[in-house]
Design a protein around this ligand. Structure first.
Ligand SMILES: [Zn+2]
Ligand SMILES: [Zn+2]
Length: 165
């Protein structure tokens, strides 16, 4: 969805509602395509004393896998975005949305950038997910696998350190 910035500023109507579904199957988050279903975008473009402002709520159904045990995960992520809009390419306001060369506010792009910035690097099926055994691949959430612990004392010292975290 794109909105003509100058047309909006000159329009007596101070309000443009925004409500649409945006398919983002190609959007990569850490090398992964998480948005198998369209994300929903809800919000408004408003103006006051010649300054436009955009407010968005992005509701995204996420499909990913647990970074430890690779179990499929699905949940709903929500992002909020609010910023002033300007056509001043030299603006010092790093928070502001700058309109593109054709004078349009590219809502799709704002949504994509917002999701890239907001999504976590990794997700876990639960905070204390035990992951998979590095030797046999068994899901250790279902119980121990019977693989022998490495007897090398250097590794146990290292493991003790890691366990402290
Ligand atoms: Zn897991
Ligand atoms: Zn094992």
């Amino acid at each position: 969805m794109k909105i003509q910035y100058h047309k909006f500023l000159n329009d007596p109507e101070p309000f443009v509602p925004i409500s649409y579904d945006l398919p983002l199957p190609e959007l990569e988050i850490n090398g992964e395509h998480m948005f198998k279903e369209p994300v929903h975008v809800e919000g408004k473009l408003t103006k006051e004393t010649g300054i436009a402002r955009i407010d968005l709520t992005i509701t995204a159904p996420v499909s990913t896998i647990c970074a430890r045990c690779a179990k499929p995960l699905s949940f709903t992520h929500e992002s909020q975005f609010s910023a002033d809009v300007t056509d001043d390419m030299q603006t010092m306001d790093i928070e502001a949305v700058v309109v593109d060369e054709s004078g349009e506010i590219d809502i799709d792009e704002i949504v994509s950038i917002c999701l890239v910035l907001d999504m976590d690097m990794v997700y876990y099926c639960k905070d204390d997910c035990k992951g998979l055994c590095p030797k046999c691949g068994k899901d250790l959430n279902e119980g121990p696998c019977g693989c022998k612990e490495d007897p090398d004392p250097r590794f146990s010292a290292l493991r003790a350190l890691l366990d402290k975290e």
